[in-house]
Structure formats: structure tokens, C-alpha cells
Design a protein. Structure first.
Length: 148
């Protein structure tokens, strides 16, 4: 937004296909000018960020402007991925928003301790999810100045 010519790349790491589909629809509904890329586990997330394997082509794996991260995923969970992202000087500036079904206080605390920028519990209705996506978009791409 802010008059950007280039698309906003959002990378969503979530193993729930329904949640991914709803997020894609909610982002479209919220009218964010963006491209949503989806990975299904923490290992795919790290492969995407490091442009390894099937993500080696930079055009199919552009650097994300924002990561939406579920905590509970197979192979490498969101906590492990978050720790890796926030300790890597090449990745730590990418904002990471935890978007999860977890309501556990220890997940909130540990997510922020590991460097998460926000923690949001997944809304239960589509209308609420649209509002959350609209708010995320407005905050991260209209209000905040992000590094290039």
C-alpha cells in the first residue's frame, strides 16, 4: 500500500488446508494488493525462506514482506521455525505474525520471547477472519515502515 508498485508478498505457514483456503479468500475480500504464498510445515517454510529445493527459483519464492505462522505444524513446528527465523540476520527483519488456534498463555509468552511481532488467535468465523486480515494489512502495510 503506501503507493507501492510492487505486490505485497505474504507467506503463510499452516498445515490446515481449510484455514489456508479461508485466509486466501479473506485476503482477497479485504482487498489487500498482495500475493499469498502458502507452505504446509516448518521445513517447507525454511526451504522457502532459504530458497532451497522446490523454492530455489527466486520468482516462485520472493522474499516475504510478512509471515503468517501457525504454531502447530508437522515436521518442524512454528516455534522452531520462529526461533530459526529470528536468529538469522538475513531473515530476522521479516515481521512474523503468529496466527494460531492456540489459546495457551505459554504459547503467547514463548512466541514473543522468540521474537514474534504479533500473536493472533485464529477467528472462528469467515467475517472475523476477513476483518483480521484487513487489520493486519492496514497495520503492516499502511501504518508501519518496514525495512526494504
Amino acid at each position: 500500500m503506501k503507493g507501492q508498485q510492487t505486490p505485497i508478498n505474504i507467506l503463510m505457514a499452516d498445515d490446515d488446508e481449510d484455514d489456508c483456503m479461508l485466509a486466501r479468500e479473506a485476503l482477497a475480500e479485504s482487498q489487500l494488493a498482495n500475493k499469498l504464498h502458502i507452505v504446509n510445515d516448518g521445513e517447507q517454510l525454511m526451504d522457502y525462506l532459504y530458497q532451497r529445493g522446490i523454492y530455489a527459483n527466486k520468482s516462485s519464492a520472493p522474499r516475504p514482506n510478512l509471515i503468517l505462522l501457525d504454531l502447530n505444524m508437522p515436521k518442524k513446528d512454528g516455534r522452531e521455525a520462529l526461533r530459526e527465523i529470528k536468529t538469522d540476520p538475513r531473515l530476522r527483519q521479516i515481521p512474523v505474525v503468529i496466527l494460531t488456534t492456540s489459546k495457551a498463555e505459554e504459547d503467547v509468552q514463548s512466541s514473543y520471547d522468540l521474537g514474534a511481532n504479533s500473536f493472533i488467535m485464529k477467528p472462528v468465523t469467515f467475517a472475523s477472519l476477513v476483518e483480521v486480515m484487513r487489520t493486519i494489512g492496514k497495520y503492516w502495510f499502511d501504518v508501519v515502515e518496514l525495512p526494504l
